[in-house]
Design a protein around this ligand. Sequence first.
Ligand code: KE4
Length: 427
Amino acid sequence: MTITHSQEAFTKAQELIPGGVNSPVRAFKSVGGIPRFIARGEGAYLIDIDDNAYVDYVQSWGPLIFGHRDESIENAVIDAVKHGLSFGAPTQAESDLASLIISLYDSIEKVRFVSSGTEAVMSAIRLARGFTGRDDIVKFTGCYHGHSDALLVQAGSGAATFGTPSSPGVPADFTKHTLLADYNDIESVKACFASSEGIACVIIEPIAGNMGLVPANKDFLAQVRTLCDEHGALLLFDEVMSGFRACLHGAESITGTKPDLVTLGKVIGGGMPVGAFGGRGDIMAHLSPEGGVYQAGTLSGNPVAMAAGLASLGKLNTNRRIFGVLEARATRLMNGFSDAAKKHNIGLQTDVRGSMFGFFFSDDEVTNFSQALKSDTARFAVFHAAMLEAGFYFACSQFETGFISTAITDTMIEATIDAAEKIFGAL
Ligand code: KE4
């Protein structure tokens, strides 16, 4: 496979843009090699500027559940563009998408649109703090909630549950109210509540996708809910990735635990920049201009982005069997990987939630971030490069999630399994 044009483009891009990319994970730093510069997407495929085609299991990190250039989404966007790009004034499309989301999430009574998942989470945290009058929040190691200051934290030294900045440029003062717990470990959550004057909210990816795919244990989520209720804290499900990817009615519908607030993104924008946060009406009523918690955005609810989101979500809503089809394909893919790994005595852990799938090169089950960190990332990097060379485009980090789109066929799944089996044999 020749990648001359991507090599040249990457060299040039690095002179212009830090790391040559506009989001760090795209630089292939954790897997090595040259990131492919994409010319276009077609259905299940990405085509790079050297005209190599890849079956795309990343789908822009989740948004493209119908694959690339879905006709109905494309037509909706083109039609919206012909009415104007942006108005900075309310449009019917915003109410239509809001109404659809509210109809699908039992926990969402009102919703506010923004332009990214980061913005959605940052705003929801401010709302939780404004509603409760409390400053402290709890997050989990291994969960990613966008790059706002208070959420760029890692475990403090020793047994401390308070967060310390994980990025230069974040003042310690900005993370001193962020407490860290361990995923699927209720004792660590209790420790946070015990060491705080008052928790505003617990934020969690109920189906974690940013340490690899690590779903929360149902009983654990129920215990977190109980702790929040006992202490008057809000429970915030960050479903920017899992929303409308795991199922149609939110993690609450498959875990049985109902949050107070939810953040969404990716699929609800159909590939255009959209984030959203919503939840209980009495909480959302505290948001400006109804209440005092300020939040705003020039392109929030952009009509072209709303059109893409409505087309994407509308199609999911009228074709609900899609989730069963996608889950069956994801399950086939992961079972195929498991069988191939066993055949070559390679330790592989796999999991599936709807159209989301994940795998770790590890002999042991992965239920939290410290276990995920023990996986063989060097082996993952070799696998990633070899699959790319074979024409299969997987996430360029072990700590990400893969996705199935409706454009990926059973034949493509079988070809992917065959390629993986050959690569496992050579590992
Ligand atoms: P954005 O600001 O990237 O739209 O959303 C942030 C975010 C918030 N919450 C969750 C659960 C998320 O997964 C994300 C973003 N996901 C990553 C993929 N792991 C985006 C890809 C990237 O950073 O380039």
